[in-house]
Design a protein around this ligand. Structure first.
Ligand code: GDP
Ligand code: IMO
Ligand code: MG
Length: 451
């Protein structure tokens, strides 16, 4: 059986917490898209783990797989693996040989292009991790893959092709002085980031470590074999539906498919394997957003500050304060359809307790016309006026006690809110987050219970 966990909104919905909560039964936890732009938090017994690349299942000692749909920065990979070892864990991480490698020059190009786009208000506010440029090289059939790191001759050949054009792009299009003293926020010298010999030596070294620790796999074959042997697989989505390159608010998106279809393409199992399992949308009870782009229910002022502070809404990766908004049901209808949610988990219900007012957007309007889902263009989406429905805010409650007593112990107003949400997305509520700790989740149904 499989369970696929995907973000229903704009990322940071608390996916890591649910991957951990439901991380007991599965044998394998698979990331299928994105890279170290993600920041997934697991809190258990007061111990906090923040993971960008290594699947959150590593905290429970599960095999963690980075699928072919991921983009992998080996530096991040090894620093997270080493960091977990330092904390006494023994992460077992496997990496698809078909996954693409984030090279230092991708990070340089990421910030250079964001800078260029600023004048036209087209920048996505990326995490600066080189995600977009790496996927561009993948689609352009000029990328370096994890499998290439294992063979120094092949690696050299790939770099010899890609580097001259990449240098040209950096120097002639973005006007960077690669040999100059000015370096952007990068863990390597700018000159090294574009230097054939430096890159070859460094990345062949990563290849030796990957080989030495037997970390690389043919992901599809590996997973299908484990599935056939009866192993349970948990697919851990990163980002969220409205950041999906196809289904999100393009161009203010990431460069991969965080929706459930990505779990098949990005791991090499058939869509039926994913479709026969559970697909759980992770929903934050309000909205938060790190980057730019339309957000019709955005709020500011003291109310937004209160939610931001109580919810700790500062980026896991970048530390940036997150934008805050009311729950947006058009966004959720769209997410539920795009991924086919069989259930949802609603997090951060505790953060809304005790507020003076509480609203959700049940639809949008543009010039009097009603929209039940976001329009397909960012310009139209930005023009949407939310149609709000008011809810009675619920009083503060004890998260840990409520989690052990069950959903009936929640204040009635909170249950009304959840019922309305569940009806709208046409999927049952499997879990409710009332705090960050593993023990602060109210479990209504366990998606593994059928398998
Ligand atoms: P992810 O990217 O979807 O895994 O989410 P992040 O880890 O980036 O952000 C979610 C943050 O909220 C983390 O700090 C979590 O520990 C925390 N969190 C998760 N669920 C809840 C919840 O139900 N209530 C509260 N207050 N915090 C939560
Ligand atoms: P998790 O998995 C929230 C946003 C960035 C930017 C856009 C593109 O923790 O939910 P990128 O670096 O991917 O090219 O940036 O996507 N973004 C996220 N926002 N959570 C994330 O991951 C994100 N990953 C990328 O802020 O707007
Ligand atoms: Mg996050």
């Amino acid at each position: 059986m499989t369970v696929t966990i995907v973000g229903a909104q704009l990322g940071d919905e608390g996916k890591g917490a649910l991957v951990d909560r439901w991380g007991g039964p599965p044998d394998v936890v698979v990331r299928f898209q994105g890279g170290d732009n993600a920041g997934h938090t697991v809190v258990n017994d007061g111990q906090e783990y923040k993971l960008s690349l290594v699947p959150s299942g590593a905290v429970r000692g599960k095999t963690g797989v980075l699928g072919n749909g991921c983009v992998v920065n080996p530096r991040t990979l090894f620093s997270e693996v080493d960091g977990l070892r330092d904390r006494g864990l023994n992460p077992n991480v496997r990496v698809a040989r078909r996954a693409h490698v984030i090279m230092p020059y991708h990070r340089v190009l990421d910030s250079a292009e964001e800078g260029e786009k600023e004048d036209d208000d087209l920048e996505a506010g990326t995490t600066g991790r080189g995600i977009g440029p790496t996927y561009e090289d993948k689609a352009g059939r000029r990328g370096v893959r994890v499998g290439d790191l294992l063979n120094p001759d092949v690696l050299r050949n790939r770099l010899e092709y890609v580097l001259p054009r990449t240098r040209l792009l950096a120097e002639e299009v973005y006007g960077l002085d690669l040999d100059g003293a000015e370096t952007p926020d990068l863990p390597v010298d700018l000159a090294d980031a574009f230097d054939l010999d430096w890159l070859h030596t460094k990345f062949a070294e990563y290849g030796r470590r990957l080989r030495g620790e037997e970390m690389t796999i043919d992901c599809g074959s590996y997973l299908v074999e484990r599935y056939a042997a009866g192993d349970r697989i948990l697919f851990e989505g990163a980002q969220g539906t409205s950041l999906d390159i196809d289904h999100g608010g393009y161009p203010y998106v990431t460069s991969s498919n965080p929706t459930a279809g990505g779990a098949a393409v990005g791991s090499g199992v058939g869509p039926g394997v994913v479709g026969q399992g559970e697909v759980v949308g992770i929903v934050k009870a309000y909205l938060s957003k790190v980057g730019t782009g339309p957000m019709p229910t955005e709020i500011d002022g003291s109310l937004a500050d209160e939610v931001r502070e109580r919810g700790g809404e500062f980026g896991t990766v970048t530390g940036r304060p997150r934008r805050i908004g009311w729950l947006d049901l058009p966004m959720l209808r769209h997410a539920s359809r795009a991924s086919g949610f069989t259930g949802v988990a609603v997090n951060h219900l505790d953060v809304l307790a005790g507020l003076d007012e509480l609203r959700v957007a049940e639809a949008y309007k543009i010039d009097g016309e009603r929209f039940a889902v976001p329009p397909a263009t960012a310009e139209q989406w930005a023009a949407c006026e939310p149609v709000y429905r008011e809810f009675t805010p619920w009083p503060e409650f004890d998260g840990r006690a409520t989690a052990s007593e069950g959903i009936e112990a929640l204040p009635a107003a909170a249950r009304d809110y959840l019922d309305y949400l569940s009806e709208t997305v046409d999927a049952p509520v499997y879990a409710v987050g009332v705090g960050p700790d593993r023990a602060e989740t109210i479990e209504v149904a366990n998606p593994w219970s059928d398998g």
